[in-house]
Write a protein that binds this ligand. Structure first.
Ligand code: ATP
Ligand code: ZN
Length: 217
């Protein structure tokens, strides 16, 4: 179980959009560790914490299962996996939205226009849920990356993908339609039972985080 070790185990994205900001935040609250780029697991030198560096997709389930006590991950990933975890903090980086998009000036302009169409996405669960709620029957094509080129390749009529500036959509001749989820990075905690020692470590960790964020404003 998560309790068999004393160190707090925290999952963070190994390499991607969230990595630098998360490392910066951890260093900012005074945690010292080295060589995180080369290792899967890194022990903190001055705090009872070890970092587990993994793909962001794996973080919610690791936290759910108590393999890690805490995790830094996008709300989009936690929502897609449906993991049973507690959100401790919403953070101000990794801000994006999961949106439907289709060809600019194409025949899909409203939600109803998706009826009978194919939609490429890396978020099949959230996309399916959205269409179900809206009583639209669309076919979901799950692909793991480069979703924005699917319409041009005629793999799908439209997409459901993460958007931040909208430049990627524009560059691919797509227009953003409905937003199905607003997202940001979150600090999540396991719902498995934690030892008193770990609970105290988490309190201390949160105090430092909150202090740090106040200092930044
Ligand atoms: P991994 O190799 O860890 O699976 P990834 O390719 O799935 O990485 P990244 O592209 O690094 O993931 O994105 C990580 C997270 O950054 C996303 O899940 C999302 O929460 C956030 N994010 C913010 N803006 C964007 C954006 N414009 N496109 C994609 N993700 C974004
Ligand atoms: Zn990922």
């Amino acid at each position: 179980t998560a309790d068999s070790k004393t160190s707090l185990r925290i999952a963070i994205q190994k390499s991607g959009r969230l990595t630098d900001k998360t490392i910066e935040l951890l260093k900012g609250i005074g945690l010292r560790f080295d060589d995180y780029k080369r290792n899967l697991m890194v022990e903190c030198r001055n705090f009872d914490v070890e970092l587990l560096l993994i793909r962001d997709d794996d973080i919610p389930e690791y936290v759910q299962d108590g393999v890690c006590d805490l995790g830094f991950v996008g709300a989009n990933v936690t929502a897609e996996t449906g993991a049973n975890v507690t959100v401790l903090r919403d953070l101000d980086y990794g801000v994006c939205r999961l949106s439907l998009a289709a060809r600019k000036e194409g025949d899909i302009q409203t939600t109803e226009d998706f009826q009978g169409k194919t939609v490429a996405t890396s978020y099949p669960k959230l996309t399916r849920d959205y269409f179900e709620e809206n009583d639209v029957e669309a076919q979901i094509v799950t692909i793991s990356g480069a979703v924005e080129i699917a319409p041009r390749l005629e793999v799908a009529d439209a997409i459901c993908d993460l958007v931040s500036t909208g430049n990627t959509l524009k560059a691919n001749g797509l227009q953003e339609l409905d937003t199905i989820l607003e997202s940001e990075t979150q600090l999540i905690q396991t719902n498995k039972t934690l030892s008193e020692g770990k609970k105290q470590l988490i309190d201390k960790f949160l105090q430092r985080m909150d202090g740090h964020q106040q200092a930044e404003r």
